[in-house]
Design a protein. Structure first.
Lengths: 86, 619
């Protein structure tokens, strides 16, 4: 159970590909959830977090999903549980 | 199809290169207007098939699905479904896909194909896909989708003839069928899209992506911020450094026109109106065209190259702290050119309170209409020399400082608004980051041309009108011998009334006179002063020969000049901005609020600047 926090996309190390295990859709609005799915962020997708924030804050997070690079806020990333790729 | 001109809509995801394709197909034959009832821009244009038959094209806002998340995305859905008021349902669709991002873009394409309209897929930016190590099979993709697929490179004009031929054929051979049930944008749709993409991708070499290497530097938490600041700094220095010669040339041209009128038309009321009113006033504003174009050039280049989204990423942390999101960065940066398109661009912000706050602070971004005012005052009062041997111009530095003052003011105001009138939960920020690409010069030039045209039309209508009205108010009633015409006129007397209010913050009669007509547009302050000075100079040839700047130098103290600059950082003197705010917020409440708080800030800022400067002995 200690690894639980480590498994959130919010905390995932940069540059390492991970697979999305679960998304807590209740942690975000319906529109935000749909936009995530439109970006291709859903259970089973492989993503690589790449850049996090600037000197001002840890927000937002840039990650690749497929051949696309998208930006999300840490709040949404914290609702996404990831697991190592096989 | 019968004789009617077929109308074809370009649809696709954001960043699929739709607008470049639209520009490549229509060239300069385009018209930008608004959809009735909504403020979303309607971009329409004309093109022709190979045999010369015309077709009309509309460029729809980019979206990810037919379920909209914002106002402009809703327009795309409504037009495609034939529900948009005042817009005929298109006869055919060109679905634009980014060749390098097939599995994602195919999701929306599949949704659109289910509508069963005549459709052709433009597999756009195939050159960039190849750069990324992708080889695609367009025929296979066509077989999988059941519609023609044409590879295109919009910025290089490749594949356009084939695309038009395919759409012509698709319309001709179309068998109307009922639309299928729209597939839900969920896992199964994505699965289908991925399967099709896999089938169409012949070869995928894992090349180290160029974009990633650049991003490692550009999005670096510290280095990235330094680069962003440096870029902004270069942009504002360039506005000054490059605009000199063309601006001088334009000024010369206005002078030539004035001399020509004076030499060829006998002295009468009309000649004075043209020379002192129209030419002096409009000319004073038109000379700033080069600076405005340079600023827009930078903004268009940043946008077309893909850098703008990186800037939004970097700024999101800071903007998040005051309750905004990185989404707001693009409207706010556009507001540096003009708050009107900036405020319109806030439609892409999904959160209502976030959007309202962004609208209310947009006028604090230093728009191009302030440039004429800043440029005039800076040139006249700030010495043109370097700062302590650094090679940085002092004038450019002051200009940069004025921009920074606007930005800091905006952040403070946003912080306050988000805790009071626009309270709400922190806004979200979700955005796609496009790949870097070489901007197409045709797209940039077309964009510049459209901006230049808007600016000149403004100079020719609203500014020309206010200047003429002002000239009339300045000319009548005629002052008796020995009295100043400007002081004696109707405008002069109104200004004397206003002067009482603005005297404490160091403003003189000149400024009071310029402020009233400048309610129409900020740059009118310059044309108003030019007109007043032209009348004031009268037949005094020596005074006529002086530039406006030289004349102000003789009449104003440095403290007054600085206070005047500080005033314009905040003052909401722009009818168009007030009108667009009314339209975008559906009522008078917010525009009135905006005007009120900005005037208060302007008065305070000018006052503090003036009193401080006087305390330092600059009065």
């Amino acid at each position: 159970m200690t690894a639980l926090l480590e498994n959130l996309l919010d905390r995932a190390p940069l540059g390492v590909a991970v697979r999305i295990a679960r998304i807590d859709w209740t942690a975000m609005s319906e529109d935000e959830g749909r936009r995530l799915r439109e970006f291709g962020l859903m259970e089973g997708s492989e993503v690589t977090p790449l850049h996090r924030g600037s000197i001002f804050s840890r927000d937002p997070l840039a990650l690749t999903v497929g051949r696309m690079k998208v930006i999300i806020r840490a709040k949404q990333a914290a609702a996404i549980t990831v697991e190592p790729t096989a | 199809m019968t004789g009617a001109i077929p109308s074809i809509a370009l649809v696709g995801n954001p960043n699929a290169g739709k607008s470049s394709l639209f520009n490549a197909l229509t060239g300069a034959r385009q018209k930008i207007a608004n959809y009735p009832g909504v403020t979303v821009e309607r971009k329409a244009g004309h093109a022709s098939f190979a045999d010369g038959r015309p077709l009309s094209l509309i460029d729809l806002p980019g979206t990810y699905s037919l379920t909209p998340a914002s106002l402009d995305e809703a327009v795309t859905r409504d037009v495609v479904l034939g529900r948009q008021e005042g817009e005929k349902r298109p006869d055919a669709l060109i679905v634009v896909l980014d060749a390098a991002n097939l599995d994602n873009h195919l999701c929306f394409a599949l949704e659109l194909l289910a509508l069963n309209l005549p459709t052709v897929v433009a597999l756009n930016m195939v050159d960039l896909a190849e750069r990324d190590g992708l080889t695609l099979d367009a025929e296979r993709l066509s077989k999988e989708l059941g519609v023609p697929v044409v590879p295109t490179v919009a910025v290089r004009k490749r594949g356009l003839t084939e695309l038009l031929a395919a759409i012509d054929e698709a319309i001709r051979s179309h068998q109307p069928r009922a639309a299928e049930a729209a597939p839900a944008n969920d896992a199964s749709l994505h699965q289908r899209a991925r399967t099709i993409a896999r089938a169409a991708i012949l070869n995928e070499t894992p090349v180290r992506r160029w974009t990633q290497r650049v991003d490692n530097i550009v999005l670096h938490p510290i280095a990235g911020m330094v680069i962003l600041l440096a870029l902004m700094f270069v942009m504002f220095q360039a506005v000054y450094a490059w605009a000199g010669p063309p601006a001088d040339a334009l000024e010369g041209l206005v002078g030539v026109a004035q001399t020509w009128v004076v030499d060829n038309i006998p002295q009468n009321f009309l000649r004075d109106l043209v020379v002192e009113g129209l030419l002096a006033g409009v000319g004073a504003v038109v000379v700033f065209l080069p600076q405005i174009l340079i600023l827009f050039l930078f903004i268009l280049l940043l946008e077309a190259s893909g850098y703008m989204t990186r800037a939004a990423f970097l700024m999101d942390g800071l903007m998040g702290k005051v309750g905004l999101s990185g989404r707001g960065f693009i409207p706010l940066l556009s507001s540096f050119a003009c708050a009107v398109p900036g405020i319109m661009a806030t439609r892409a912000i999904p959160d209502e309170k976030d959007r309202l706050t962004t609208i209310l602070i947009a006028p604090l971004m230093t728009c191009s209409a302030r440039l004429p005012v800043y440029a005039l005052i800076i040139a006249a009062f700030i010495p043109n020399r370097g700062v302590a041997g650094t090679g940085i111009g002092l004038q450019g530095l002051v200009l940069f400082g004025l921009y920074v003052a606007g930005i800091v003011g905006a952040l403070v105001v946003a912080f306050a608004l988000r805790r009071t009138v626009a309270k709400g939960t922190s806004a979200g920020f979700m955005m796609e980051m496009p790949r870097y690409q070489m901007p197409g010069w045709r797209d940039i030039l077309l964009g510049l041309w459209q901006r230049a045209w808007i600016f000149l039309r403004r100079a020719g209508t609203i500014i020309a009108m206010t200047t003429v009205v002002l000239w009339l108010l300045l000319t009548f009633p005629q002052a008796p011998e020995g009295e100043s015409q400007v002081e004696y006129s109707v405008a002069g007397r109104i200004a004397s009334g206003l002067e009482v209010v603005v005297k404490p913050i160091g403003f003189n009669h000149d400024i009071a006179l310029a402020l009233i007509p400048a309610m129409a547009a900020r740059e009118v302050a310059v044309s108003a002063m030019a007109t007043a000075n032209a009348i004031d100079a009268g037949d005094d040839e020596e005074a006529m020969a002086q530039t406006l700047g030289e004349r102000l130098q003789g009449k104003w103290s440095l403290a007054t000049a600085l206070a005047f600059l500080a005033w314009f950082v905040f003052a909401p003197q722009c009818i168009s901005t007030i009108a667009i705010t009314r339209r975008e917020t559906n009522g008078w409440k917010w525009p009135m609020f905006m005007v009120g708080y900005l005037f208060l800030l302007a008065y305070a800022a000018a006052g503090i600047t003036y009193w401080t400067a006087v305390a330092f002995g600059l009065g």
